[in-house]
Structure formats: structure tokens, C-alpha cells
Design a protein around this ligand. Structure first.
Ligand code: ADP
Ligand code: MG
Ligand code: MG
Length: 546
């Protein structure tokens, strides 16, 4: 074995062992004790400024932010007047994520407990109509059985429990966590493992948050390279969009910070490699996927696209290479550097962006376009998953971009017998050249697309909850990345001077912890539980002393 090969073996084994240890309780053993000790709650006296500025919008504080929600639920449990509502809320969540076979029994119990006026736990804040509907429908156990009840429950809690929460010690605890969340973060908090891939402005490394043991991917953007190649706008757009979306079908940004030389985006680590790799490099004698597998990935991609489009974001760069697998074999969209956000009131945009062979006709013709360009790229991606070649080029063909463009604009797509008729139909629907006739995002969702015959076997509720077992599970001992020597080095950048304006931009970029993922990390790794302890008589420990 040569030195390069040896380097990869050593780096892989460190990476695989760090990765493997981070399931559940073992994460604690991987922590750096010194860094973990720096995660501690401040004295409440030091939080006065946070108290008045903290995000206290009900939906954000009590529902969307995982730590805020936990503390709010603990408050509900502690108050006789809200205990039932708190329990109903937890039971609804448990019902939604439980296996279908267990749902009937759970639903029956919940109806008896909360929906019968004779029960001591009866929830009188539920409107009669909602109660009647649940009682009628619960034997069919639909996934959204309690949807209306949950909305009424949250409205009730906002009106009746939010103020009480805000004057309780649970709110003070929330303030303490928000203070901790707001502390600056830098490279000291992370340990890099091997390089996973190469981007346009720098490398992406596997890394570990030292204080908690959680693994991430760290995408580094070299400051000088960014400046020389005018990458500032793209970098800030990518950061802003990643921080804004929270979907299990899109990589999540957890931290943004800077080092002397780089801007760093720390995000969900996707250990399973990209779809392109799995299509062509795993079994070279049989490239592409069978239809079941292609359907599963396509369904998850649709959920990611739907989320982006509901947040007014056009992705523009969907292709197998940008769809990454996690340990379990679920996929997420990554690389949002070409995405664009439509400002309020504007429904179309312009601009040439994407990858040759994938871009929609209207974009290639320099017309105005909207979300529908992403469904054309979805059509190209699905076609390629099945056919193991793009719809607009012959396999192995060297062809000019102009010719590919001409084909996209003019040529019909042909389908080999490998395509089932449902699959061919949906590809044709997605690859429709006229954007208004293309399958896609309508009335703010993808319902029409999801109900195509091609997807008739997909239970969308379970898929969206991440509960459908993936058709392929990556090997936990395998590293789905190129050998280190093959990732490719960068040339050094010369003649770039960093001035004050650049530094202002870097500071703006380095916004630190992203609240929701940071809170998830604290909960997942057990740190939240370790910090959230109460003193005697339910006081905030070590800090409510006079
Ligand atoms: P660029 O926008 O510069 O093309 P990418 O976001 O595509 O950069 O990242 C470059 C490469 O790094 C990807 O092709 C992939 O191999 C790897 N990579 C990127 N993000 C992740 C991630 N979240 N998990 C694992 N590997 C990743
Ligand atoms: Mg890329
Ligand atoms: Mg990019």
C-alpha cells in the first residue's frame, strides 16, 4: 500500500470509530470533558438583558424550539389547570409517530380519556365539532386524526398558559438556555476528521462537536478564494437559506463561524454518499436503481422540494450528486449555493443557474421562471435513476452544452422498456417543456404530484415522519467518499488583500449557533437533561439565592 492509501485507511478508521460511537449513550464517552464543562447555565442575574429581548413568540418559544417546548411542557405538567392539556399534547405526538398497528388502541384510550365528558380528564376546550369528528373517525386511525384537536389545543394554551409560563421558573430556565445558545462559537469547539469532498471554495470535512460528541459536516469556504472568485453573495444566500429551513429532507445548518482563513458552515453529516455514487460506482455492471428504490428517493426529494417551495425558495440545482444519504439510507437535498429566495409579492425570477442537462427549457430560454424549474430537474433525476443515463444524452457521449440545450428545448424523450408505464407517465409529466402544464407545486403543496399512480404504494404520512424503512442501508463500516489523495487539492490564491469591508462581511456571516438545531443537539446528546436540574423545592439550582 502506498503512503496515500495508508493515510486514507488511518483517517477512515478514526472517522468510522467516532461516527459509530455517537448513537445514544456512547456519545458521552466521546466528549471532550474540558469543552463539555464550558456548557453551563449562567446565573439568572446575568440574563437580565436576555429576558427582555428573548424570542417569546408563542409558536416559536413553546412549539418550534425544542428546548422551549420541553420546558413549556414541564410547566404544563406542574400546573393542575394545564396537566390534561399537556398530556393530550404528548399523546397526540405519540399517536402521530407510532406504528399503524398500535394506533387503534392508542386512539381508543385517548378518546376515553380526553373526549368523553364524563371522564375526569375531559378537555372542555376542544370544540364540539372536533370532538364529534374524532369520535366518528378514530376506528379508521387516519394519521391526521387529531390535527384539528392539536390546533385548538395550541390556541387554548397560547391564551391560557403562555402568561403563566412566562412568570414561572421554567421561563427563567428557557432564558438561561437562550443565553448559552447565544454564546460565540469558534473552531475550538470542533474537531476535524477526514475530508469528505471538495467544493468550489474549499473542502468539506467530517467533524465532531467536542462538547457533546455529535458528528457534523464542516463545509469550509476559503476567504481569499471567495473574494477572488466573487463568492460572497452565494455564500451568504446559502447560509441564510440553510439556517431558515428545517426539514428532514434538507441538510440543516447548525453553526456558522469563521477562522482566520475560512468561513465555516457546520451541518448535518450525510455519511452514506451521494446518489450519483450509488448509481454508478457501487455495482458497475448494473448501474441505476430498480423502480422501488428510485420511487423512495424521489418521494423524499419531493418532500424536500415542497418544503423549499413553501418557504419561497427555488433550489435550481437538483441532480443525483446533490442528494445525499444518511446512515439509515434516508436522503436529503444538499448544496443550496444556487438557490434563490423569492421576495414577498414576487412570484418569478430570472437568471441562468443550474447544471447542463438538467436545466428547464424556460430557464435556458432566459425567460422568467418559478418553482416549476425544480420539477423539470426532478424529472431528469428520476429518469436518470431508472435509465442510468440522462434523458438528453446517450451514455458516455461527449456532447457540447449547446447541443444538450437544443435537445431539451426540442426533442421528445424516449423511454427504454425498463420504465413501467406509471414511471414513464410521471417522467413525462415532470419533463413537460411548457412549465404551466408540468406536474409540480400547486396551491402551496405537492398533493397532485404525490397522488400520481407511480406513488400509490407510498404512505406519505409515514414517509414524512421518517418512518418508512429505506430500501438500502449504507454499510456502517464503509466510507462513501473518495480516497483522501483523490479528493483533489486547491491551488493557492495569490494577490488577494482582505480589507475592513471584507471583515464586516465575515462577521455578518458568522452568526454562531442556529437555535433549533443547537437545541436538538443538546437534547439528543443528553446535555439538556444534565443541565436542566432543579434545586430543592423546585428552585433554579445555584442561582435563585438572594
Ligand atoms: P459546493 O457548493 O462548493 O459544490 P458542496 O456543498 O457540493 O460544495 O460540497 C462539496 C462536496 O462535499 C460534496 O460533493 C460532498 O461530497 C461533500 N459534502 C457536502 N456536504 C456534505 C454533508 N452534509 N455530508 C457529507 N458530505 C458532504
Ligand atoms: Mg456541489
Ligand atoms: Mg454549491
Amino acid at each position: 500500500m502506498d503512503i496515500g492509501g495508508l493515510e486514507t485507511v488511518v483517517a477512515n478508521s478514526a472517522y468510522v470509530s467516532a461516527r459509530g460511537s455517537v448513537d445514544g449513550s456512547a456519545a458521552a464517552t466521546m466528549r471532550d470533558k474540558k469543552m463539555r464543562a464550558r456548557l453551563k447555565l449562567p446565573h439568572i442575574r446575568d440574563c437580565e438583558h436576555v429576558k427582555t429581548t428573548v424570542d417569546a413568540v408563542f409558536d416559536s418559544m413553546c412549539v418550534k424550539q425544542p428546548i422551549g417546548k420541553r420546558l413549556f411542557q414541564q410547566y404544563l405538567e406542574s400546573e393542575a389547570a394545564h396537566m390534561n392539556a399537556g398530556q393530550l399534547w404528548k399523546d397526540i405526538e405519540d399517536y402521530v409517530t407510532s406504528q399503524e398497528k398500535d394506533r387503534a388502541q392508542k386512539a381508543q384510550k385517548m378518546v376515553n380519556k380526553y373526549y368523553e365528558s364524563a371522564s375526569k380528564n375531559f378537555c372542555s376546550f376542544l370544540e364540539e365539532k372536533a370532538v364529534a369528528r374524532v369520535k366518528e373517525d378514530f376506528k379508521n386511525v387516519p394519521g391526521d386524526l387529531f390535527k384539528e384537536s392539536e390546533q385548538q389545543l395550541l390556541k387554548h394554551l397560547e391564551k391560557k398558559a403562555k402568561d403563566g409560563f412566562k412568570s414561572s421558573m421554567y421561563f427563567l430556565r428557557y432564558v438561561q438556555f437562550k443565553w448559552l445558545e447565544g454564546q460565540p462559537v469558534d473552531e475550538e469547539w470542533f474537531m476535524d476528521f477526514r475530508v469528505l469532498g471538495k467544493g468550489g471554495f474549499g473542502e468539506v470535512f467530517a467533524c465532531q462537536a467536542k462538547a457533546t460528541g455529535k458528528m457534523y459536516a464542516n463545509k469550509k469556504l476559503e476567504k481569499k478564494r471567495l473574494k477572488k472568485r466573487r463568492g460572497y453573495d452565494g455564500a451568504i444566500v446559502e447560509k441564510r437559506i440553510l439556517a431558515k429551513v428545517h426539514s428532514r429532507f434538507i441538510v440543516t445548518l447548525s453553526y456558522a463561524f469563521q477562522t482566520k482563513t475560512d468561513l465555516c458552515l457546520v451541518m448535518t453529516i450525510m455519511n452514506g454518499g451521494d446518489l450519483r455514487f450509488h448509481m454508478y460506482n457501487v455495482d458497475e455492471t448494473n448501474p441505476g436503481f430498480d423502480e422501488t428504490r428510485a420511487r423512495f428517493y424521489t418521494a423524499q426529494i419531493i418532500c424536500g422540494l415542497e418544503h423549499l417551495h413553501q418557504h419561497r425558495i427555488i433550489y435550481r440545482d437538483l441532480k443525483p450528486e446533490n442528494v445525499l444519504l444518511d446512515d439509515a439510507g434516508h436522503v436529503r437535498l444538499s448544496d443550496l449555493g444556487l438557490a434563490v429566495e423569492l421576495p414577498p409579492g414576487k412570484d418569478k425570477t430570472t437568471g441562468y443557474a443550474g447544471t447542463p442537462g438538467f436545466m428547464a427549457p424556460e430557464l435556458l430560454q432566459k425567460k422568467e421562471y418559478d418553482y416549476s424549474v425544480d420539477y423539470f430537474t426532478l424529472g431528469v433525476t428520476l429518469y436518470e435513476m431508472v435509465a442510468a443515463k440522462g434523458p438528453f444524452r446517450v451514455r458516455g457521449e461527449k456532447v457540447e452544452n449547446e447541443e444538450v440545450t437544443r435537445r431539451i428545448l426540442n426533442d421528445p424523450v424516449s423511454y427504454v422498456p425498463k420504465f413501467s408505464s406509471d414511471c414513464k407517465d410521471i417522467c413525462e409529466g415532470l419533463l413537460t417543456k411548457e412549465p404551466t402544464k408540468r406536474l409540480g407545486f400547486r396551491n402551496n403543496d405537492c398533493t397532485e404530484l404525490k397522488s400520481q399512480p407511480f406513488f400509490k404504494e407510498i404512505n406519505w404520512g409515514r414517509l414524512e415522519a421518517g418512518m418508512l424503512p429505506p430500501p438500502f442501508v449504507p454499510d456502517p463500516k464503509m466510507v462513501y467518499a473518495k480516497d483522501i489523495g483523490d479528493v483533489g487539492a486547491f491551488s493557492t490564491i495569490k494577490g488577494v488583500v482582505i480589507d475592513n469591508k471584507d471583515m464586516e462581511f465575515y462577521d455578518d456571516f458568522s452568526s454562531g449557533n442556529v437555535p433549533i438545531p443547537w437545541q436538538e443537539e443538546m437534547i439528543e446528546t443528553g446535555v439538556f437533561g444534565e443541565l436542566n436540574i432543579w434545586g430543592e423545592g423546585g428552585k433554579l439550582p445555584n442561582d435563585l439565592d438572594p
